[in-house]
Design a protein around this ligand. Sequence first.
Ligand code: SF4
Length: 199
Amino acid sequence: MDQTKSMTWKQEIENTLIKRIETCKKCDLYKTRTKAVPGTGYLDADVMFVGEGPGKNEDLTGEPFVGQAGKVLDKLLEDIGLSRKQIFIGNTVKCRPPSNRTPSTSEMEACKPYLISQIELIQPTVIVVLGSAALTSLFGSGQSISRARGKSMIVNGICYFPTYHPAAALYRRSTLELIMEDFSKLKEIVQNRKRKNEN
Ligand code: SF4
């Protein structure tokens, strides 16, 4: 069977986007990347997650959330009845910032068009904003993840729901408890948005 013919239009656009990201030199992060990490998941997902940027394991594999933070995310998803097959995961920057530093404002700005293209392609009803870099990239500077977390914001019909980045839970049990609290709210939001769309 001709695989090209069976490919959906969304896959074709995503593949083009992936190629552009993998060869991108729009900011200096390309100089130190092993592999770009464009993002992965279900292209018709109702729920999209946006993290900060690739870490060491992600840079080596080209896949998002494959390290310890990924294990935390998988458990949080499982607890609310979701799996990676049902969601899409992208990042604020697609190339690893050296030593896992926070991406700079100019790096986030350079990479943002890719994230916006992914949002436009997937058209999720809920976007989970993981951590302060993702919050800043999507909503501008001056945002505080500790103030924004656990509260949904509807923008252009999409429900944005910020919470801490799962990596933050690796070092503090109290942060994990706050993320778990937010995920139980997220479960309700996802169910409500689904019901609304079905009516
Ligand atoms: S981080 Fe984004 S903008 Fe910078 S080189 Fe990588 S893909 Fe391009």
